[in-house]
Design a protein around this ligand. Structure first.
Ligand code: 0GY
Length: 301
């Protein structure tokens, strides 16, 4: 089937630079996607956007270029609950990729076991209204109860303003809970202000909650250009991500978010995203936890 990408859709960076920061051996890009290719793995009828193709081969080439060893591939909403592209990528990865899927309550136990065999270790619940239609919480809770015995976890994606309303649901989930992109803080607000403090409290009071310190390009207002005398691109995101890494060093993950869905203004150079890492994770020990130890514990043990 032929698909036409959403108008204004930006293609991923075909020739990312060589990062200056060398990631430690065994590093995991713990948040990335595959899109199609649409002719092999059609996009879901209920999708809110149509992306460009971003294949498993292209993802694995990026992994090697950036110096990573492994990937965690996360189901994107453009594929709905049809995980075939993701599972195909896992099966082609020689054990170097794990997956996080989207399922409905109709999924069978046999299907879950088959996904586990392929390398799936989590389900994603998405609460970002521009990306998905509403799913009742009782359905999500039922799914969480079914995947818990497999040792899987739940990945949650939400906007910071929605955390108070979702708090009780999140904290009653029976599994480890991994938050995408630090719960999307508004980085124009103070890092020690009430909104981000609520997120830190969420992590502090609930040791089962982990966070991806990913997507500076999505959260930043200052953007990708480092100013004279400034060290980092996306510098307005640095205090937020660094705070989470420093406070919860054993519960953080990092990912590229390649191929970067829904960015309207600029497409990040993935090499520069890797160079962002030492600004938020400032010692070799913290970097090893963020990039190797934590994702290995969650996805490969
Ligand atoms: C991300 C972010 C986004 C999209 C999705 O599944 C998705 O469509 O996650 C977004 O638009 O913020 O993590 O890829």
């Amino acid at each position: 089937m032929e698909f036409t990408k959403t108008p204004g859709w930006l293609d991923w960076y075909a020739e990312p630079c060589n990062p200056k920061f060398k990631v430690p051996p065994g590093s995991v890009d713990a948040h990335c996607h595959v899109f199609g290719p649409g002719r092999l793995f059609p996009f879901a009828p209920e999708r809110k956007y149509t992306p460009c193709d971003a294949s498993k081969e292209q993802l694995f080439a990026l992994r090697d270029h950036l110096g990573f060893d492994r990937n965690v591939i996360v189901q994107a909403t453009c594929h709905g609950a049809d995980n075939r592209a993701l599972i195909d990528a896992l099966k082609s990865s020689n054990g170097k990729a794990r997956g996080v899927v989207t399922v409905r309550r109709s999924v069978t136990d046999a299907e879950l076991r088959e996904m586990h065999e392929a390398g799936v270790r989590g389900v994603r619940f998405n609460f970002v209204k521009r990306l998905v239609d509403f799913t009742p919480k009782d359905e999500l809770m039922e799914i969480a109860a079914r995947i818990a015995p497999l040792g899987w976890h739940v990945v949650i994606y939400f906007e910071a303003v929605d955390l108070p309303e979702l708090w009780d649901f999140f904290t009653s989930l029976p599994t480890t809970v991994v938050v995408d992109h630090m719960g999307r803080p508004d980085v124009t607000k103070p890092v020690d202000g009430p909104e981000f403090e609520l997120f830190l409290k969420f992590m502090r009071e609930h040791p089962k909650v982990w966070s991806k310190v990913s997507c500076p390009e999505r959260l930043s207002v200052t953007g990708p250009r480092a100013l004279d005398g400034e060290q980092a691109a996306y510098r307005d995101v640095v205090p937020f991500a660094k705070k989470v890494v420093d406070t919860f060093p054993d519960r953080v993950l990092w990912g590229t978010d390649w191929p970067h869905p829904n960015l309207k203004d600029h497409m990040p150079d993935d090499g520069l995203l890797v160079d962002f890492i030492p600004h938020i994770s400032t010692t070799p020990e913290l970097q090893r936890k963020l990039l190797v130890d934590n994702p290995t514990r969650l996805y490969w043990s």
